[in-house]
Design a protein around this ligand. Structure first.
Ligand code: FES
Length: 105
């Protein structure tokens, strides 16, 4: 798959807080970023179930994203809906280049 790699402006990897989900805007898309155990993940900022914002969500003890609205859970590596409701969270590839974060859209 070919991606359009775009720098996420104003945010550097080392500035992010571990296990905290933040929301950023890239090319008019709303993207959620999560740093966990020195890895970085990007996914759609809103839940595929009913559109709640993940930036007010959290991680469970297994490191899965928990939606703040109905508590459905998603695997940050691949967007799998691990609580079993059949949804799929869109995820995006990332690269760190000289401290800057690039996202593949
Ligand atoms: S809006 Fe996320 S689980 Fe319902």
């Amino acid at each position: 798959m070919l991606y359009n790699w775009t720098a996420i402006k104003g945010i550097r990897f080392e500035d992010l807080t571990d296990r905290k989900i933040i929301e950023v805007s890239v090319d008019e898309k709303r993207i959620a970023l999560l740093k966990k155990d020195e890895h970085l993940f990007a996914f759609a900022a809103t839940c595929p179930h009913a559109g709640a914002k993940f930036c007010t969500g959290w991680l469970d003890v297994q490191g899965r994203i928990v939606c703040p609205e109905h508590k459905y859970r998603f695997e940050p590596t691949n967007g799998r809906n691990t609580s079993g409701e059949g949804y799929k969270l869109r995820t995006y590839p990332l690269e760190i280049r000289e401290g800057l974060i690039f996202i593949g859209l």
